[in-house]
Design a protein. Structure first.
Length: 226
């Protein structure tokens, strides 16, 4: 599901259910990090890292420790960059060589309404207006959850490039639906604060893709190298 949203240079591995990736042993450093976590958190932590290590192997990189760094962003081996996501019953990791992309972000969420009050907290007035139009045209699509997921993917692509927090209100996302397929589409995130500098170019927006499948909505953002 995630892989179809990404360019061919990216390797994505996903697990539907925390056991699909097989036994998911952790490195001692990772075990220590989640030693006090509840069982559900430990399973998700281990399964998503099993996905990431399988992606490493597909890229010809020996499996390595993946510890959370600043603000929880994964610390990837030199020469790689990537993103991970997990929600109930689903985990995924996407990795790419740093020579092929500048950054990427992925996210998956249940395709269900956001809890009360969340949309108002994360969506700009213009985004809420566009969601109302989207709901009128496509009532089966949970646009609120899609917008939330897209903002998560944008942040995951943003942070490795900047090392800075990005508020929900600092990216204005416009969602489009693919002609002839109402279960997938794209989105453009206009950055409302100065974007990352890549080479001599200031990035002003991110581009992403989305899909709804198997009760989930997934989003992905890729940022090309300059």
């Amino acid at each position: 599901m995630i892989e179809e949203l990404l360019p061919d240079t990216v390797v994505a591995v996903e697990a539907h259910g925390t056991d699909e990736a097989g036994p998911a042993p952790l490195f001692p450093e990772e075990e220590a990090f989640v030693a006090l976590a509840v069982a559900k958190r430990r399973r998700e932590f281990a399964t998503v890292r099993a996905c990431a290590r399988r992606a490493m192997e597909k890229l010809g990189v020996p499996p390595q420790v993946i510890l959370p760094g600043e603000r929880g962003a994964p610390r990837w081996p030199d020469g790689l960059l990537g993103s991970m996501t997990h929600c109930d019953g689903y985990c995924a990791a996407a990795l790419v060589r740093a020579t092929d992309l500048a950054s990427l972000g992925i996210d998956a969420e249940p395709h269900a309404p956001l809890p009360d009050g969340v949309l108002e907290a994360v969506a700009l007035p213009a985004e809420q207006q566009r969601l109302r139009r989207l709901a009128a045209a496509l009532p089966e699509l949970r646009g609120d959850r899609l917008l939330f997921s897209a903002k998560e993917s944008v942040y995951k692509a943003w942070f490795p490039l900047t090392g800075r927090w990005l508020e929900f209100s600092e990216a204005d996302i416009d969602i489009t639906v693919d002609p002839g397929d109402r279960t997938r589409g794209g989105f453009r995130a206009e950055l409302l604060v100065p974007g990352p500098l890549l080479g001599d170019r200031r990035v002003g927006h991110f581009e992403g893709r989305w899909v709804v499948s198997r009760g989930l909505v997934a989003t992905a953002v890729t940022v090309p190298n300059p």
